[in-house]
Design a protein around this ligand. Sequence first.
Ligand code: ADP
Length: 649
Amino acid sequence: MAKQEQTQNTTETHAFQAEVQEVLHLMVHSLYSNKEIFLRELISNASDACDKLRFAALSDESLLEGDADFHIDIEVDHNKGELTVRDNGIGMNRDEVMENIGTIARSGTRRFLEQVSGDSDLDRKLIGQFGVGFYSAFIVADEVTVHSRRASDKASQGVRWTSNGQGEYQIEAETRDHHGTEVKLKLKESEQEFLQDWTLRRLVSRYSDHIGFPIRMWQVGKSENQEGADEPEHGKWVAVNQAAALWTLPKTEISDEEYQSFYKHLSHDLEDPMAWTHNHVEGSQNYTNLLYLPSKAPLDLMMQRDERHGLRLYVRRVFIMDAAEQLLPHYLRFVRGVVDSDDLPLNVSREILQENDALRKIRSAVIKRSLDLLARLADNDEAHYQRFWDEFGAVLKEGIVEDLPNREKLARLLRFATTGDDEAEQTVSLADYVNRMADSQDAIWFITAESHRAALNSPHLEIFRKKGIEVLLLSDRIDEWMMGYFTEYDGKPLRSVAKGDFNLDRDTANDEQKNAEDDPQEDNETLKRLAGVLGSEVSEVRPSKRLTESASCLVFGEQDMALHMRRLLEQAGQELPDSRPALEVNVEHPLYKILESADEKEHFEDLGRLLHEQAVLSEGGQLEDPAAFVRRINRLMLEMAPAEPPNAE
Ligand code: ADP
């Protein structure tokens, strides 16, 4: 905390973390047209708090303080222009309030703020990806006050937090009889509509109808001994939502809108989900799963799993924990939703979950459902699947490595850029590729490189272009790693154009013989001489069968790592086994002819080393001695210069 002042009545003033201030500002401005979502966000938080207390009370009933009747109350004070959302959930102590509400403990917040464009439409999407949450209250309120007490704390340990969202907040101790949290909004002059009974009811039924707790509002009634007009003080709390958790209902009774709003409640996402699957499973095990695919990747997707809004585990309707890690492999970390088991014990802990047989079965079913959902989307709705792939494809690729049993299913979901398409977009499936293969082609060819452009311009593609063979162009960071594990699809080997020796003519009649005859000069004196110059930098120097335009290229062994990947790992401090590539030289190339006729030793060395260096560079590698490379280039340039330097006049 940047600033802290102690005042007499023990009210402390703190400055928001700098990032909070920026996020707040952005949120208020870019979400104004969606301002009503604040209510959903506050109700979601209240519902989570009830979930948490119900779970904690399973092992310590005293936490309930005699109140097991969970509910969320919405209250208005027309005179003061105040709207209150109150829950009897777990509550927060002072430290928790400061930590949860004064800071934004999220990875990627800085990066997020750097992307802010000032264009409200774009920023709205951005903030949606970030997650909205509590701060959305400031869209409609001049001042927000949070009263809270943690269940099990003493009445005197309550806490009051107030802020006008302008950079500072005040916090002080207060006595609170009841545990739970109350969020009070002093509505802006322009937002008084949120005091209207019917507005609030409409919002609850639109956004929060199917959360598992009653949301109550005060219904004015007549006093018992009086007839006539309603009196505000005489009335009762009535539930204004269905209060049946959505996933427990039969699928036929749930509309798309209900599925969508429940997703938003779970995920705090502004966008609708892209697709979902909802299954009640009965048999040796009984459980329900409701799984969603988001439309947009959250900001920190690549970095880590967002534990808070992943997959929730319930046991017989009781929330147990956020258990994405137990229920899903890492590569499906974008899936959101609920799993509700009838078979697990209520007092299940994370440790027990790891060993639990029932859970293991649910886990593999959840994986299968997720992959089936993706396969259905890919088959039935190409455009949406493409959007999914653009957002999450790089994550799904991790599955090829991590999830051997499902590798085939995953392989069908992959999409690639290829030489058959000028665009960098990854749109081609392996099935498409295989369909387009000539009968004589016996492998699926690919190249990995640092960027799409580097892949597209690689000398290794020359012979493939000449022969009209399509090549997959892989340039995601994960690709080199993935392809190390991905060796076969549909009975066909996947092969790198940059690795190993191959003969693309093998399948035509008499080719073996033809190639033996064609084999360009196996016993080539010039190349032997060049091998002598390069020494241990290469494993061998040989005439190339794959180059048609470039003069030289590096070729790795089938098991070797590509140079750009090697560099990344070395920079990250990994020790890698030495692997030396072969240098292939295009003996039809004019540069080779010059090399061949260079008899002067220095000249031969310069040219020979340059052939090697340009091969390293076009592979995305780094030169060991860049200065020597520059000297060599300069010597050649000077040779080309006219004998007399041009006169300045
Ligand atoms: P999110 O809900 O996405 O985590 P919020 O900004 O809405 O983000 O809330 C931050 C945290 O504050 C929550 O994760 C929760 O720990 C705490 N919190 C918010 N509202 C409540 C509440 N009504 N009761 C208890 N804790 C709450």
